[in-house]
Design a protein around this ligand. Structure first.
Ligand SMILES: CC(C)(COP(=O)(O)OP(=O)(O)OC[C@H]1O[C@@H](n2cnc3c(N)ncnc32)[C@H](O)[C@@H]1OP(=O)(O)O)[C@@H](O)C(=O)NCCC(=O)NCCS
Ligand SMILES: [Zn+2]
Length: 254
């Protein structure tokens, strides 16, 4: 028997706080809410948005994607083709989720997270087809600004640090610290990266206090590494600023 193509359309509706909620519109017809028609998210597409989801303004969801119930996606995100999100997943603003990614229950993405094409999250550590482990979901948190390279696998239960970078094809089995670049199977630390995605060269050493200072090789932002923690946008203290200079305040704020 031939199947008939059935289209499911999604639209946006603003709530009273200026946020947008999704409305599910079936068979290509716009459902009227409060007597009004609502615009499509990204022109013509075939995507399924379940009940009780919230989608921020400016977010685009492309064809063959499915947002499962009670999921919340922030503003200006780009959700690619064949992406599944949810149920009960929270995604921040400005995230890019490339084609073929599933963001399962238990995964949380903060703002500005990049999920490369076909990367894989997991949420059960020891699944068996014949044993239900629905109540054994392990949480994964991806912090702001992190990039996950194409085809990587994230073993559940880890925290992926702010502005960290996971090379393509990695298998991440442990927490990834802020600003670190890791790759391989199992992935391991290679070097530190700036929020712009380029390497930070830590060169100058304060042996007495065990601190390393350095710069991003691209945007030249300053960093220091102290007690294993990278501090971003660190500005060197400038000693001997004369009295009454207009920009004294600027220096004292550093
Ligand atoms: C990790 C990454 C940022 C490059 O880092 P880099 O330090 O510039 O890497 P280089 O090209 O100088 O390679 C350094 C070494 O690491 C290896 N390497 C680089 N990336 C690797 C990866 N993802 N996995 C395993 N090894 C890798 C290189 O083969 C090279 O090995 P060698 O020293 O034995 O020759 C990059 O390779 C990467 O994986 N980017 C992600 C791309 C992506 O997924 N984009 C998705 C959207 S299109
Ligand atoms: Zn930089």
């Amino acid at each position: 028997m031939k199947s008939k193509k059935k289209r499911v359309w999604g639209g946006l509706t603003p709530d009273n706080k200026g946020n947008f909620k999704i409305i599910k519109v079936q068979s290509g017809r716009i459902r009227k809410v409060g007597g009004k028609d609502y615009p499509f998210i990204s022109g013509e597409f075939e995507a399924l948005i379940d009940d009780n989801c919230e989608i921020g303004e400016g977010t685009k969801i492309w064809h063959f994607s499915h947002i499962l119930s009670n999921s919340k996606i922030g503003k200006n995100c780009n959700i690619g083709q064949n992406v599944a999100i949810g149920p009960n997943v929270i995604i921040g603003n400005n995230c890019k989720i490339q084609n073929n990614v599933s963001v399962f229950e238990g995964v949380t993405l903060e703002d500005d997270v990049f999920c490369g094409p076909s990367m894989v999250f997991t949420n059960v550590i020891n699944p068996r087809s014949f044993i239900s482990r629905k109540n054994e979901i392990k949480k994964t948190l991806v912090k702001s600004g992190a990039t996950i390279g194409a085809n990587s696998v994230i073993i559940c239960g880890v925290i992926i640090g702010r502005y960290s970078f996971i090379g393509a094809g990695s298998v991440v089995t442990k927490d990834v610290i802020d600003h670190s670049l890791v790759y391989g199977n199992p992935s391991s630390f290679k070097y530190f990266v700036c929020s712009c995605g380029y390497k930070i060269e830590l060169k100058i050493k304060d042996i007495i206090h065990n601190i390393l200072y350095g710069k991003c090789i691209s945007c030249e932002k300053d960093f220091k590494l102290e007690n294993g923690k990278l501090i971003e946008e660190f500005k060197p203290i400038i000693i001997g600023v004369g009295k009454g200079r207009k920009n004294d305040k600027e220096f004292s704020n550093r």
